[in-house]
Design a protein around this ligand. Structure first.
Ligand SMILES: NC(=O)C1=CN([C@@H]2O[C@H](COP(=O)(O)OP(=O)(O)OC[C@H]3O[C@@H](n4cnc5c(N)ncnc54)[C@H](OP(=O)(O)O)[C@@H]3O)[C@@H](O)[C@H]2O)C=CC1
Ligand SMILES: O=C(O)/C=C\C(=O)CC(=O)O
Length: 354
């Protein structure tokens, strides 16, 4: 076994159907008296429900969270938190809403209680992202790691099937890259394989019956584990490509992860055989890249960048941007091969077996 470093992230998790009802107790345990509830405009009704549960511990609602946390929105939310005298942020929603909570916490140190309704995993990480002048900057700060997370599968019943599948594959991407991270360790490997397996089993069941609370619970459990992996070990080529495609070409986050992941795995397969074994074992497939591609395609998710807004003429530039800085990856970053990876992802071809 090779040497490794393991740093656990602190945080309390309350998990299970109906656990939102424990919000009052959890807020009290945090010592918060005036919680600002965050949501997107579309999830305002959920924010109102959360505020009702908080009763006189609710300071107000800020319902203008948007994808990738524009700095203007972050400033506005910080100001609202200050004006209302908030001593806590409660983020109910996906990664966009959790991300806004993190932007507030980064500035003020307010504790976050997160109630995730997608599988993106941000609630398990000390990573924040803020977009300024069209550029998204990410960083790490222990202050932004939510102190408490309530995972209530009932809140994910309204997540449309298409988004459930792509968000689940976003989560799988964290675990898959965690398995070949330079910081990989045996504890994260266990969580990664278990998380991929749980999502691999849950997504087809959610597609068959979006109201299946058991399957929703399994997916959220998988997302939790995959999020822990993202928060603990560094990512590689796949996440770099997705940030490039999302940040510079405005492609949708979870869909981009879904399309690119099989091709990033095929690129790295020969250099990371143990990681590939774990992925294919978790998905009960014969080849990791093909198993991920099939999971997406068989469940109706997009598999081609051309179908999610990418222009073929931008592939060269995407390749250049993704290679501007060096970063750890199992296989060295080879320009021609990465350009071909992007072409394959653009065309949506099923990757060849390793
Ligand atoms: N810092 C970190 O560690 C991480 C950050 N992220 C960041 O998070 C963002 C992506 O997160 P993601 O969760 O995919 O995106 P969003 O939070 O934008 O949610 C994706 C979609 O899910 C919908 N949705 C969420 N909850 C519900 C619900 N209960 N019912 C119906 N629809 C729902 C949203 O609808 P609507 O807009 O209508 O609310 C939205 O259209 C990106 O900015 C990404 O960079 C992602 C992973 C980790
Ligand atoms: O960009 C961020 O906000 C930080 C990390 C992620 O988005 C992880 C991911 O690509 O899913």
């Amino acid at each position: 076994m090779r040497a490794f470093v393991y740093s656990g992230q602190p945080g309390r998790v309350v998990f299970g159907p109906g656990t939102l009802s424990q919000l009052g107790r959890e807020i009290q345990a945090l010592g918060a008296r005036r919680a600002l509830v965050l949501s997107t405009p579309e999830q305002r009704a959920s924010a109102e429900h959360v505020a009702d549960l908080l009763g006189d511990r609710a300071a107000g609602i800020f319902d203008r969270a948007v994808m990738h946390v524009p700095i203007e929105t972050a400033r506005e939310a910080r100001e609202v938190a200050r004006t209302l005298g908030a001593d806590c942020a409660v983020a109910v929603g996906g990664g966009s809403t959790t991300g806004l909570g993190k932007a507030i916490a980064l500035d003020s140190g307010l504790p976050i209680l997160a109630i995730p309704t997608t599988y993106a995993g941000s609630e398990m990480t000390p990573i924040y992202g803020i977009t300024e002048a069209g550029m998204k900057k990410t960083g790490r700060d222990a202050k932004v790691l939510p102190r408490t997370v309530i995972y209530d599968p009932e809140l994910t019943l309204t997540l449309p099937v298409g988004l459930s599948v792509t968000s689940g594959l976003n989560a799988i991407a964290h675990a898959a890259e965690g398995l070949y991270s330079v910081e990989a360790n045996p504890v994260m490997d266990l969580m990664a394989e278990e998380g991929i397996g749980a999502l691999g089993r849950a997504l087809p069941r959610i597609r068959a019956n979006p109201a299946d609370v058991e399957a929703r619970g399994d997916a959220l459990y998988g997302a939790w584990l995959c999020g822990i992996v993202l928060g603990n070990v560094g990512m590689a080529l796949h996440h770099k490509l997705c940030h490039t495609l999302g940040g510079s070409f405005n492609l949708p986050h979870a869909e981009t992860h879904t399309v690119v992941l099989p091709h990033a795995l095929a690129y790295n397969a020969a250099a990371a055989p143990r990681a590939m074994n774990r992925i294919q074992r978790a998905l009960k497939g014969k080849d990791a890249a093909q198993a991920v591609y099939d999971l997406a395609k068989d469940n109706g998710a997009p598999v081609a960048l051309r179908d999610i807004g990418m222009k073929e003429g931008d592939l060269d530039r995407a390749c250049e941007i993704a290679l501007q800085n060096q970063y750890p990856n199992p296989r060295p970053l080879e320009k021609a091969a990465i350009r071909q990876l992007l072409q394959d992802a653009f065309d949506g071809v099923r990757p060849a077996a390793a």
